[in-house]
Ligand binder design. Structure first.
Ligand code: AMP
Length: 193
């Protein structure tokens, strides 16, 4: 099963992806996680991505598409994958469609988590508090200024993906303001249908 989860930062894509991974035995491919790992490891990709990520901007399309194309070829993706945080722009979506086609693959569904932007800021602040309370270090881009920039980037560049995937007939929407379990159930209904 090959899926895309769409939704602004903090919409709960990561949480739902973790559940889908367990249920379907597929792999979660988060470009944010892959890029953070590259930054931590100090690879070429990481060095290029670090500053723009910390400021809440978008890493260039060719870097991100290259990272995903290579990852999809790995053996653990044979049963399928969930793309989390990619594609982020219509050009990335078009590149993904072409890349999958060249590998003889296609998506099974694109699911959008529809949420209220102001509620997301509160969710982000909670996530920071919980991380600190648990003795962890919050993400450097989880601060009000970077978070609003990430939301703005989403609204400007990623929200148009709904239109792109509606036009391909692949888009399904779920109310992301519901509880985590309700969102999971709604996704299950879509994927089981
Ligand atoms: P995320 O964990 O998905 O919120 O991603 C964290 C950061 O990684 C973003 O703010 C971007 O700087 C970068 N990033 C992740 N995915 C992409 C993508 N598909 N295109 C461009 N930049 C990305």
């Amino acid at each position: 099963m090959r899926l895309i989860l769409l939704g602004p930062p903090g919409a709960g894509k990561g949480t739902q992806a973790t559940r889908l991974v367990e249920k379907y035995g597929i792999v979660q491919l988060s470009t944010g996680d892959m890029l953070r790992a590259a930054v931590k490891a100090g690879t070429d990709v990481g060095l290029k991505a670090k500053a723009v990520m910390e400021s809440g901007g978008l890493v260039s399309d060719d870097i991100v598409i290259g990272v995903v194309a290579d990852r999809i070829d790995e053996a653990d993706c044979a049963k399928g994958f969930i793309l989390d945080g990619f594609p982020r722009t219509v050009p990335q979506a078009e590149a993904l469609t072409a890349m999958l086609k060249s590998k003889g693959l296609k998506l099974d569904a694109v699911i959008e988590l529809v949420v209220d932007a102001e509620a997301l800021v509160a969710r982000m602040e909670n996530r920071v508090k919980e991380t600190i309370a648990a003795g962890g270090t919050p993400r450097p881009d989880d601060n009000p200024e970077s978070f609003r920039k990430r939301l703005g980037e989403y609204q400007e560049k990623t929200a148009p993906l709904s239109g792109y995937y509606a036009s391909t007939g692949e888009l399904k929407t779920v109310d992301g303001m519901k509880s985590i379990d309700e969102v999971t159930a709604a996704m299950g209904a879509i994927l089981g249908a």
